[in-house]
Write a protein that binds this ligand. Structure first.
Ligand SMILES: NC(=O)c1ccc[n+]([C@@H]2O[C@H](COP(=O)([O-])OP(=O)(O)OC[C@H]3O[C@@H](n4cnc5c(N)ncnc54)[C@H](OP(=O)(O)O)[C@@H]3O)[C@@H](O)[C@H]2O)c1
Length: 415
C-alpha cells in the first residue's frame, strides 16, 4: 500500500479522472480506479502512469451497480467521485426543444462550445420509473444522480473518511434570480426548475447530484466536499477526445462561419486535479469550492490560439469587397471597351470580417465597430477565491493552450 493511504477515483479513464489518478500516485497514494471496461483500449493509458504497476488497481464498476462500487471503495480512506456522463456534441438536440437558441446550425455551434454546461434531454423522471425513461435520461440523469447516491452509500458503508465530489459550475451558474452584477460564488446554486424549463439536463443532473450529495452528507454524517470546475481544458492523457477538449479542438478545426462571443470561465485539467487533492487533504476543507482560473471571451481565445498556431482553421467569415469608385470605373470600362462581352465579377479584396474590423480599429480606434462574433447575453465572471485561500493556484492561460494543442497533435486529433 502507498505510504499516503488508499483512495478511490471513479471513472478513472476519463479526462479529469486520469489526471487525478496520476497526481495521488505521484505523491505516494495507492489508488483504486473504477472503469466500466478494464480491457478497453481507452483505459490503456492508466497502467502506463508512473507508479501504476505498484500502486494502481483497476476495478470494473458501473455507477448503477452498487456491488461493483462497493468492491472498489472498500478499504479506501478517501473517494473522489468523478464519473458522470458528460454529453458530447453528437447528442441529438432537436431545434424544437430549444426555442431560445436561434437556428439549429447556431445551436449546434453553441452546443459544442458549451458542452459542459448544456445537456438537452427530456423531462427528468425519478429512478424507479425506468420503464418510461428515454435513452438520454437513462444515460445522463440517472447515472449522475442515482450513481452519486450509490457511491455515497458505498462510502458510508466502508467508513470512508472523506469524499470529494466533482460537481461543476453547471450547478452554480443557472440561476436567473441571482442579483445582476454580483459575482457568483459558492452560495449560488443553479435553479433546478429553471434548468428543466430550459432543457439544460446536464446542469439539472449536476445540480441535483450535488445537492443530494450534500443532503446525504448531513443526514448520514459523511464528510463530503464538492468542487465545481469551470470548463476544463489542457492536455489529455487519454487517447480519445472528451467533450470539453472538443471545445478547443473544434475552434482549431471547424472554421466556424460565426461564433458567439461568449464569456467563458476555464481552468486547466492539471489545476483541477490539484484542487481536488487539496480538497481531500486539507482537514479544514468544507462545503463547495468553485474551481476556475481565467475568464475570457471566445473571440479573445481564438485570437490567442491564432497567434500561437496561425495555420489552423479558425472561425472566419470571408467577405469580398470593392471600392465604389472602382465599381464606377469598372462600369465605365465595360461601356467603353468594344471587346467587353458577357458578365464580369467586380470584387477587389477577400478578407475575414474580423480582419476588416481589426484594420479599421487600428486606423480609427474610437468607433463602435460591429462585431464579427455574435454577442450573446449570459456568461459571467466567477471567482475561485475560496479555493485559492487554502493554497490553490493556476497556471497561465498560454501554457494551458499550448499544452492542449500539443496533446491533440500527439494524439493525431489535429495536425
Ligand atoms: N470537462 C469539463 O469541462 C468539466 C467541467 C466541470 C465538471 N466536470 C465534471 O468532471 C467529471 C469528469 O468529466 P470529464 O470531462 O473528465 O468527462 P469524461 O472524460 O467523459 O469522463 C467521464 C467518466 O465518467 C465515466 N462514466 C460515465 N457514465 C458512467 C457510468 N454509468 N458508470 C461508470 N462510469 C461512468 C466514463 O466512463 P466510460 O469511459 O466508461 O464512458 C468516464 O470515465 C464529471 O463529473 C463532469 O461533470 C467536467
Amino acid at each position: 500500500m502507498g505510504e499516503k493511504g488508499k483512495v478511490c477515483v471513479t471513472g478513472a479513464g476519463g479526462y479529469v479522472a486520469s489526471w487525478l489518478v496520476k497526481l495521488p500516485l505521484s505523491k505516494g497514494y495507492s489508488v483504486h480506479g473504477t472503469v466500466r471496461d478494464p480491457q478497453s483500449g481507452k483505459n490503456a493509458h492508466l497502467m502506463k502512469l508512473e507508479k501504476a504497476s505498484e500502486n494502481l488497481k483497476l476495478f470494473k464498476a458501473d455507477l448503477l451497480d452498487s456491488n461493483s462500487l462497493t468492491a472498489a471503495i472498500t478499504g479506501c480512506d478517501g473517494v473522489f467521485h468523478v464519473a458522470c456522463p458528460v454529453p458530447s456534441g453528437s447528442v441529438p438536440t432537436p431545434e424544437a426543444r430549444i426555442p431560445h437558441y436561434g437556428t439549429f446550425r447556431t445551436y449546434c455551434v453553441r452546443l459544442l462550445l458549451l458542452v459542459p454546461y448544456i445537456f438537452n434531454d427530456h423531462t427528468f423522471i425519478p429512478h424507479d420509473q425506468t420503464s418510461s425513461l428515454s435513452s438520454h435520461q437513462v444515460e445522463v440523469v440517472q447515472p449522475a444522480v442515482k450513481g452519486t447516491l450509490n457511491v455515497l452509500e458505498a462510502c458510508s458503508e466502508a467508513n470512508v473518511k472523506r469524499v470529494v465530489y466533482v460537481s461543476s459550475v453547471a450547478a452554480v451558474l443557472m440561476n436567473p434570480d441571482w442579483p445582476k452584477g454580483q459575482v457568483k460564488d459558492e452560495s449560488c446554486w443553479s435553479d433546478k426548475e429553471y434548468c428543466k424549463r430550459t432543457n439544460n439536463w446536464y446542469c439539472f443532473s449536476k445540480t441535483e447530484a450535488e445537492s443530494e450529495a450534500i443532503e446525504f452528507a448531513k443526514t448520514r454524517g459523511l464528510d463530503v466536499v464538492s468542487v465545481c470546475p469551470a470548463l476544463v481544458t489542457g492536455p489529455m492523457l487519454q487517447s480519445t477526445a472528451n467533450s470539453s477538449s472538443l471545445v478547443l479542438i473544434k475552434l482549431l478545426k471547424e472554421g466556424y462561419e460565426e461564433l458567439e462571443n461568449r464569456l467563458r470561465n476555464i481552468v486547466d485539467v492539471r489545476d483541477v486535479a490539484e484542487a481536488l487533492l487539496l480538497a481531500y487533504e486539507k482537514p479544514e476543507a468544507k462545503g463547495r469550492y468553485i474551481c476556475t482560473a481565467h475568464t475570457i471571451r471566445s473571440q479573445d481565445l481564438v485570437e490567442i490560439l491564432r497567434r500561437l498556431y496561425p495555420n489552423y482553421n479558425y472561425a472566419k467569415k470571408l467577405r469580398n469587397i470593392v471600392d465604389v469608385r472602382d465599381v464606377a470605373e469598372a462600369l465605365l470600362l465595360a461601356y467603353e471597351k468594344p471587346e467587353a462581352k458577357g458578365r464580369y465579377i467586380c470584387t477587389a479584396h477577400t478578407i475575414r470580417s474580423q480582419d476588416l474590423v481589426e484594420i479599421l480599429r487600428r486606423l480609427y480606434p474610437n468607433y463602435n465597430y460591429a462585431k464579427k462574433f455574435t454577442e450573446v447575453n449570459g456568461g459571467e465572471e466567477l471567482s475561485s477565491e475560496k479555493l485559492q485561500k487554502p493554497g490553490w493556484s493556476y497556471r497561465p492561460l498560454q501554457e494551458t493552450l499550448v499544452d492542449s494543442v500539443e496533446s491533440y497533435r500527439q494524439a493525431g486529433i489535429v495536425e
